[in-house]
Design a protein around this ligand. Structure first.
Ligand SMILES: Nc1nc2c(c(=O)[nH]1)N[C@H]1C(S)=C(S)[C@@H](COP(=O)(O)OP(=O)(O)OC[C@H]3O[C@@H](n4cnc5c(=O)[nH]c(N)nc54)[C@H](O)[C@@H]3O)O[C@H]1N2
Ligand SMILES: Nc1nc2c(c(=O)[nH]1)N[C@H]1C(S)=C(S)[C@@H](COP(=O)(O)OP(=O)(O)OC[C@H]3O[C@@H](n4cnc5c(=O)[nH]c(N)nc54)[C@H](O)[C@@H]3O)O[C@H]1N2
Ligand code: SF4
Ligand SMILES: [Mo]
Length: 743
């Protein structure tokens, strides 16, 4: 591993240098071997290969990781701050940008109070040392409870369920893919997404090895995805009904006496209440709703219970289709009643080297929620956040406490949250919008100030968050590969913290950083190596205070990562519930189970349901501007089953109008039998044709924004997580006027 060039004012060295870095673009955290010439911005300057010696990914990489050089060199990627003057974004100096933020933020705070400033963190802030370590100081300095993130269009139900089951939202059991014989996977497509809430590069290889050792993989998905292709069985469920199917699976296991808790018995409470709840959900009662016949459900339950080492795993399709909390709870109930929680090949608890709350010394407070509520919809706080679906209400509804300013960090809520038209309206009405973001996109176009950070090649990295979900315990430090004059994002966030705290735009960032480090050091009872600052110091502290007694220097000395071995059983030390057991019958589960039971009495509709779709070469809303990832099959089409197409008069390639509860879009039809009848799919993160954005490649193939369709009121009740899957829609062909030839 070589290091960065020495000084930014000298012309960058044209000599090639190679570094081994963790890809920060998705949850798989692959090791990349990056070779760079110069500043990496000329064509051919950056070459990327999978690092064959990486302790976790062993050479695997996907097209996005391979395109990291294009991201670095993208001419549309911002490198200097922008301020909006007379409706137009102009480049300014960092001093001028911060002066603008300070002047206007303090005015909003003075006039409307601290609670009138909201913060939104997007997905990339979870893949970033600045986001992982310096957001909390910013929120504290802002002194607001108006905190939002992409989590409430995503995984919060899983974290909430884990919080009540195990005591901490970050104590999540992940599938031990390397050792299982039977994987029941609901609502995830890891062969395309590369896995989520399980850090696991090369899921294709892992599934193949399950099959090679005689095991099975069952995929429950309304779409025959690539993951379904790689499975031993595909069950095409009706969208939005996984919680019902899971109830019936638990019912069958208990009813047929297939439960076997093994050593878990002494660590689990609430099984009797679960028995009572699932009694109302025999497979025969749910079959019409789920579209899965009772015999299949019973067989799935028996096979799961009979397998030596089995695991149930649910993802986006289970967390964002209306009953995310109940579904996520039942996934782990199934893991418990089949004896597969916390055993090799089952659902296991990772033990990350740094920053994992459940490895901290001393007593830990059990998770609880609802400590405060949102102003307009009175939604409970979860993990100190409010649902992003209700952010427009907080901005647009007059009254005391109304949000007047928003700070976004690495997020594009105007495309990623439901009812985007209203989100756009809300963002357009703010007194102040400050965006820490490298692109001028559908959200940041509204910004008064945009503060870009360095590219992934221009910053060091350590995956503090995602190693907490890794299917193998590892640690890897990534050096910055290219020098930059773009300030590191942690410094930007600390400067904003200084401004928010009333210290003005010129606060001493290093002093603020010392204070953050003092607090981290105190909480772990350790001291960092001399001479370190910024994220390096914080990671050193967390490693020293972590369960393996590592230091930053130890990890830096291993360019391909430190292998800390396969997952090991961690019960009961991992638990921090009030009772010290796995609490299967926590009150929020039982209450929402009743909401689910009521749906059994409702008639099964015959309307179309819309689900989302990811593409291997996409990354939510923000990588459509890279030439290597655009075009080909990465298209924003409406997938429709042939029978539905015929019934509705839709033709392949022809335009269709999709009407949802909140709005409508027009998209080209793609007829395919991969989707179940009654189901249509559209990818999210498109609609790049709005004025004031800057993304030449993306704008050439804008696609449409699927989040114009879903309404922002149909939420997972306990967590307020949006329902972006299983959205009721109608689809009609758009008649193309026939041309009359005139002589
Ligand atoms: N290439 C690529 N990779 C990505 C991303 C990306 O945009 N592109 N995004 C990243 C992010 S932020 C995340 S959170 C992860 C998500 O990771 P995954 O959850 O693995 O990805 P999705 O493709 O959303 O998979 C959801 C699946 O659920 C199915 N589904 C929809 N509704 C239902 C339902 O009601 N029941 C069931 N059983 N299935 C349903 C969909 O058909 C789809 O196949 O991917 C990450 N990785
Ligand atoms: N219909 C539908 N909607 C969905 C989903 C779905 O499956 N269907 N998926 C949901 C999911 S899982 C998620 S996670 C959300 C994502 O929602 P968001 O996080 O709101 O959106 P992203 O598209 O990930 O936008 C990322 C933003 O971060 C910026 N960015 C990139 N790199 C950096 C960086 O290093 N620093 C900073 N500061 N900014 C950076 C990009 O320019 C972009 O503006 O979308 C959700 N919305
Ligand atoms: S799978 Fe994810 S982490 Fe791996 S190279 Fe692709 S984007 Fe990067
Ligand atoms: Mo996500």
């Amino acid at each position: 591993m070589s290091t960065t060039t020495s000084h930014s004012e000298a012309p960058p060295s044209r000599a090639e240098r190679t570094a081994h870095v963790t890809c920060p673009l998705c949850e798989a955290t692959c090791g990349l071997e990056v070779t760079v010439r110069g500043d990496g911005r000329e064509p051919g300057d950056v070459r990327v290969r999978g690092d064959r010696d990486d302790v976790l990914s062993r050479g695997y990489l996907c097209p996005k990781g391979a395109a990291i050089g294009e991201l670095h060199a993208d001419p549309d990627r911002l490198r200097r701050p922008l301020v909006k003057r007379d409706g137009v974004h102009v480049e300014v100096s960092w001093e001028e940008a911060y002066a603008e933020v300070a002047r206007r933020l303090s005015a909003v705070q003075a006039e409307h109070g601290r609670g009138s400033v909201a913060v939104y963190f997007g997905n990339p802030s979870a893949h970033h040392l600045a986001g992982a370590l310096y957001l909390r100081p910013l929120v504290r300095a802002l002194g607001t409870t108006q905190v939002y993130s992409a989590g409430t269009v995503d995984q919060v139900p899983k974290m909430f369920a884990s919080g009540y089951l195990f005591g901490d939202v970050a104590t999540v059991a992940v599938p031990d893919l390397d050792h299982t014989d039977h994987l029941l996977l609901l609502g995830g497509n890891p062969l395309v997404s590369n896995g989520s809430m399980m850090t696991a590069p090369d899921v294709r290889g892992k599934l193949r090895r399950i099959r090679e050792r005689g095991g099975s993989v069952v995929v429950v998905d309304p779409v025959r995805t690539r993951t379904a292709d790689a499975a031993t069985e595909h069950v095409a469920i009706r969208p939005g009904t996984d919680a019902l199917l899971l109830m019936s699976l638990v019912h069958t296991v208990l009813d047929e006496g297939l439960d076997d808790l093994g050593r878990l018995a002494e660590h689990v409470s609430g099984l009797d209440e679960v028995r009572e709840v699932v009694a109302a959900f025999p497979p025969e009662a749910t079959a019409e709703h789920t579209g899965v016949d009772a015999a299949t459900t019973r067989r799935l339950a028996r096979e799961l219970a009979a397998a030596d080492r089995a695991v149930v795993y649910g993802r986006m399709g289970t967390t964002t289709s209306g009953f995310g909390t109940v579904a996520s709870w039942l996934v782990d109930v199934l893991n418990v009643v089949t004896g597969n929680l916390d055993r090799p090949g089952g659902a296991m608890f990772p033990k990350a080297a740094a920053g994992q709350p459940n490895t901290r010394p001393g007593p830990r407070k059990p998770f609880r929620h609802g400590r405060w509520h949102s102003r307009v919809q009175e939604r409970p706080e979860v993990m100190s956040e409010l649902p992003v679906a209700t952010l427009p209400d907080e901005i647009l509804t007059p009254g005391a406490g109304r949000v007047r300013a928003v700070v976004t960090v690495g997020g594009n809520p105007c495309l990623s949250a439901p009812d985007s038209a209203r989100m756009q309206e809300a963002f357009g009405s703010l007194d102040l919008l400050v965006c820490v973001d490298p692109y001028l996109n559908e959200t940041t176009r509204h910004a008064d100030v945009v503060l870009p950070g360095p590219s992934p090649l221009e910053r060091p990295h350590y995956d503090v968050l995602l190693y907490q979900y890794a299917v193998r315990n590892v640690a890897h430090w990534s050096p910055a590969v290219v020098d930059t004059d773009v300030p590191q994002e942690w410094r930007t966030l600390l400067t904003l913290s200084g401004i928010a705290a009333g210290l003005g735009p010129g606060a001493d960032v290093d002093a603020l950083d010392d204070e953050v480090a003092r607090q981290v050091a105190a909480s772990y009872g350790v001291t960092a190596a001399a001479g370190l600052t910024g994220p390096e110091r914080l990671v050193d502290l967390m490693l020293r205070g972590g369960p393996y007694d590592l230091t930053l220097a130890d990890v830096q000395a291993a360019p391909h990562g430190v292998d800390l071995g396969p997952l090991q059983p961690r019960l009961p030390e991992v638990l921090s519930t009030p009772s010290g057991t796995v609490e299967l019958a926590a009150e929020p589960f039982l209450r929402d189970a009743e909401r689910l039971r009521v749906t059994l009495d409702e008639p099964v509709g015959d309307g179309l349901l819309l689900v989302g779709r990811r593409h291997l070469r996409s990354n939510n809303s923000w990588m459509h501007n890279l030439p290597a990832l655009s075009g080909g099959t990465n298209l924003c089409t409406l997938q429709v089953h042939p029978d539905d197409a015929e019934r509705l008069g839709l033709v392949d390639g022809g335009p269709a109008r999709v009407v949802g509860p909140a709005g409508e879009v027009e998209a080209p039809v793609e007829v395919t039998d991969r989707v179940r009848t009654g189901v249509v799919t559209l990818p999210h993160g498109w609609g790049h044709d709005l004025p004031g954005t800057r993304g030449e490649v993306a704008a050439a193939r804008p696609g449409v924004n699927s989040n114009l369709l879903a309404d922002a009121r149909t939420l997972d009740e306990p967590t307020g997580t949006a329902t972006v899957n299983a959205v009721p829609v109608t689809v009609v062909p758009v008649s193309v006027p026939t041309l009359t030839v005139v002589d």
